[in-house]
Design a protein around this ligand. Structure first.
Ligand code: NAP
Length: 344
């Protein structure tokens, strides 16, 4: 592949500034809906804001839905993509394939309903309805507009058997169960696992994936008694404990004996030290949360003389979408925790 073919396949031709970077690192993208020969245009129906991004915007604007909506519109308008400048995160979207360039390798056909599995932080996006059908109070945003996929993007055709809101929520976090499954399988014989934010979407899917991967003791760490009750009745963990994930000593005390694998699925900053402290030497911490600080994790582990391997939760693992949807279909407990969040 020539350099220019590689650049096009990654969407570098859509970067307006600074020139030459990849679309994810760009300040601004060209969101023109006219596509090139290797691109695909999606007619957008619904956007799923990343949980950390939605929480940050809601907190910044004091829970005022109109201001949150205006902030999202302003980000998309000025950046040509939904890339929260504070959290650095985006989300994903669903829509209908509108036009497929003759050289697109994605195998999509006009009329298919798809979810984009690449982050909104690198997806050229134009919104045409002013988000008029959204009250600014949910992660899921009904929207009209266009998005562009590159040759190296990924999209999944939406399943017929699940409501689109559910599919969108599950696919948004499908990297978490896939990564958890891989880490647990590689961690040796029946490793103990703790999941922080265990009653959330990625947390519940990660617990179910860890169980499938033959984890040993499985601990769900949640924020309060209400989430603890919900997680207990979902039956996804052997032990459910309540602790503020941002309080390291509270997390360590609640979990007790250190675990082999810790998966961080909260949507707030500050969970790095608790995760490290509760993980045994030689163990692994998987940071799926987009609110994770690399420096806090690295320097915190050093400061605790903790010999843990720390992994950034890659949003992409081959087969991740099918794995997450399959877990959702098979696990009553996962459905019980995710459905109420999607219904809002
Ligand atoms: P979610 O469904 O909102 O779940 C987050 C959970 O964490 C909720 O149960 C929440 O409780 C809990 N929580 C919040 N603060 C807490 C605290 N201080 N102590 C204990 N628990 C706390 O979110 P999600 O959609 O699963 O997303 C989780 C994270 O994954 C986010 O940071 C998101 O950005 C990230 N993410 C990463 C990728 C990737 O590719 N790596 C992709 C998508 C999302 P409440 O509901 O009570 O607040």
């Amino acid at each position: 592949m020539t350099t220019s073919t590689l650049q096009r396949s990654l969407g570098v031709h859509r970067v307006l500034e600074p020139a030459g970077v990849l679309p994810q690192a760009a300040q601004r993208l060209d969101a023109d809906p006219a596509i090139g020969p290797d691109e695909v245009r999606i007619a957008v129906q619904r956007i799923n804001l990343d949980a950390a991004s939605y929480r940050q915007l809601t907190e910044e604007h004091g829970g005022d839905g109109d201001r949150v909506r205006a902030a999202v519109l302003e980000i998309v308008e000025s950046r040509g993509k939904m890339h929260n400048p504070v959290t650095g995160s985006g989300g994903m979207l669903i829509g209908v394939v509108d036009e497929v360039g003759p050289d697109s390798p994605l195998g999509l056909r006009p009329g298919q309903r798809v979810a984009t599995l690449v982050s909104l932080t690198l997806t050229p996006l134009r919104i045409t309805d002013g988000l008029a059908r959204w009250d600014g109070r949910s992660e899921q945003v009904p929207a009209a507009g266009t998005a562009v996929l590159f040759a190296r993007s990924i999209a999944a055709v939406l399943p017929d058997d699940l409501p689109q809101e559910v599919a969108l929520a599950v696919l948004d976090v499908c990297g978490a169960p896939a990564a958890t499954e891989r880490v647990v399988r590689r961690a040796g014989h029946r490793p103990s696992v703790a999941v922080l934010g265990a009653a959330g979407k990625s947390g519940s899917l990660s617990l179910a994936a860890a169980r499938d991967a033959r984890a040993g003791r499985l601990i769900g760490v949640v924020r309060n008694g209400q989430e603890a009750d919900a997680l207990r009745s979902a039956g996804l963990a052997d032990e459910v404990v309540v602790a503020d994930a941002t309080d390291p000593l509270a997390v360590a005390a609640a979990v007790g004996r250190c675990v082999d694998v810790t998966v961080v699925c909260v949507d707030v900053p500050g969970a790095e030290h608790g995760a490290v402290l509760t993980t045994a030497d030689g163990g692994t911490v998987l940071f799926f949360s987009m609110a994770t600080s690399f420096s806090a994790a690295a320097l915190g582990a050093e400061g605790m003389a903790s010999d843990v391997t720390m992994l950034v939760g890659n949003g992409y693992t081959p087969g991740h979408a099918a794995l997450a949807l399959d877990l959702y279909r098979r696990s009553r407990g996962v459905r019980a925790l995710i459905e109420p969040r999607v219904r809002g």
